[in-house]
Structure formats: C-alpha cells, structure tokens
Design a protein around this ligand. Sequence first.
Ligand code: G3P
Length: 218
Amino acid sequence: MQIFIDSADINDIKEAKELGLADGVTTNPTLIMKSGRELKEAIEDIVKIVDGPVLAEVVSQDTEGIVKEGREFASWAENVVVKIPVTEEGLKAVKILRDEKIKTAVTLIFSVSQAILAAKAGADFICPFVGRLDDISHNGMDLISEIVSVYSNYADIRTEVIVASVRTPDHVIQSGLIGAFGVTVPIKIVRQMAKHPLTDTGIERFLQDWEKVKADIN
Ligand code: G3P
C-alpha cells in the first residue's frame, strides 16, 4: 500500500519519512499557498528527500497551457508527476504528455465516468476526492470501490488510484480493504493513525509497574 503525504510543507514530509512513509507526495495550489513558498522552490526541495512520485498541479485551463506547464514541471526532476484537473482540455493534455513519456495524475475525480476517461487518456494516476464527497452526503469510499472494480476488469488499464481528500484514519483502512493502490494523507491523519487510547493507558501502566520493580530492587 502506497502512502503519499498530502502536503507541500517540508517538515510534514520529513516527519512522515522518518516513520517510513512518504512513498510519494501530493501537492495542489492550496497546499503550495499554505507552505508560503513558490511551486518550483517547494517541489525542488521535496524531490531532494522523496524518491517516489511528487505530484505538482498545473493551473492553466487550456490544453496548450497545461502541456507547457507539464513539460516545465517534468524538467525539474525525474520523479515529478504532472497533476491535471479532469476537464476535456486537461484530458487532451494528459494524452499529449503521455506520448512524450511525461507522467500525469488526473485530479478532482468525483465520478467513475471521469475515472474511465482519465484511464483512457493514459493517466498514470488518478486522485478521487473522498472527503469532499462525504461533505455533500455522498459516500466517498463507494466511489473508490467502484473505480477499483472497473479498472480491475481490464488488463489494459494501468492507471493507479491514489485516494485523496482523506479526512479520517478510516478512509485509509477502507482504501486498504478495497485494495486501492495508495492514499494521500495529511500529516494530521498520520498522527491520528498512530494513536489509540489503550496504547496510551497501556504504556502508562507498564511505566507505573516498572517504577514498582525499581522500588523493590532498591
Ligand atoms: O490532494 C488534494 C486533496 O487531498 C484535497 O483534500 O481535504 O482539501 O479535500 P481536501
């Protein structure tokens, strides 16, 4: 299971890396804005510490502009993947970049039909947003199940699903049960994944008992 870190903050990525996570990193314009850095500067720092795919998102809306941005991003490092919103113009750009052997991830996926189009255009990855679907009372994880089922029916589809807009550790667990290629998680969710109240009380009790052992020895 691939765990990507959904952040452009180098400290988040370093923290995840120390935990053996950070198989890759996903960014978007909001995350770049939050990092307070320029896109190129942020991505160049991330690729210094992450070997896996590092997703950088375009902001152009037309095919020509998207392709231009994509070619530039791809020149920054071998593991940069061009993240492109799922529009008709975006899908045309995916096909052009694929033919140039530039890797792409199609983002803002909210339906199976969009996932099918992204796969047919030749996307290496798609990022369906589960949390934002949950926000409008749809079941985000149902979308993941359906996409993974459809993709697995066809050997010629090699597009990998990176579950995005992850809001809870349960989204990660459900992604694993479904067998999605990976998830992209904010560092906050990584920290939540590590926590369990019984672990905390268990450690507390062990330490109390250890103090008693030491007292007996002395
Ligand atoms: O990578 C983008 C995606 O994960 C966005 O998440 O929480 O803004 O819906 P969120």
